[in-house]
Design a protein around this ligand. Structure first.
Ligand code: MLT
Length: 208
């Protein structure tokens, strides 16, 4: 069994058979941040929530960036593989199924990178305020049958919806079925995100 190499929180959930969620926080967050959101969108589901290992001025992230919106892609790749290995080890340790990622901002970006680089690691993804994490992802069809929901904020200067639209095209090129919604918000999350995530988890095909 692999080692659990990330500080993390695991919430077994009252519905142990429910689809588990992998919670991935934004810059400056930690493993406790998205637990309330996870409980809201998937009541009773097992929640696995790692803390990003990269520190930017003391703020945890999941990969290094050179400037806002400019990512260190070698680090993105290495960290995506490291996180995928952790997911595999945590699945064996806690006895859970392949999780769906619920990521916000930097957490959504690493979730997208994991999906593109290690398509078997996640069952799908809810990517809130996501951007394209890689300029040239592998040209594989590894995401066939996987579903992804991207939610952008119409006034988001950090992760513009045009950039998220490129991520949608990238994931679709890898075979995923991707819905992209734009909510009347900025980079911050809103009730609209919670509602869309709930609806998508219940009936992904209905939210596209
Ligand atoms: C990033 O990954 O850098 C995000 O998209 C922006 C942020 O985390 O602030």
């Amino acid at each position: 069994m692999g080692e659990l190499t990330f500080s993390h929180r695991f919430v077994p959930g009252e519905r142990a058979q429910a689809q588990p969620l992998l919670l991935l926080h934004g810059t400056g967050g930690d493993e406790t941040d998205l637990v309330p959101l996870g409980r809201m969108v998937a009541p009773g589901a097992p929640l696995l929530s790692p803390r990003g290992k990269v520190l930017e001025n003391g703020m945890p992230r999941f990969f290094r960036r050179l400037a806002e919106g400019v990512f260190d892609e070698a680090d993105v790749r290495a960290r995506a593989h490291e996180l995928a290995d952790f997911i595999e080890a945590a699945r064996a340790h806690y006895g859970i199924a392949t999780p769906v990622a619920l990521g916000y901002s930097n957490g959504a970006n690493i979730a997208a990178a994991v999906m593109l680089l290690r398509p078997d690691a996640l069952a799908g993804g809810i990517l809130l305020r996501a951007m394209t994490p890689l300029a040239n992802p592998p040209a594989e069809q590894g995401l066939a049958d996987k579903r992804v929901l991207i939610v952008s904020g119409v006034r988001d200067p950090i992760a513009p919806s045009a950039n998220a639209a490129r991520l949608k095209a990238m994931l679709e090129a890898a075979g995923a079925q991707v819905g992209h919604k734009v909510v009347p918000s900025g980079h911050e999350l809103s009730q609209g995100d919670v509602t869309l995530a709930q609806q998508w988890l219940q009936a992904p095909a209905a939210v596209s």
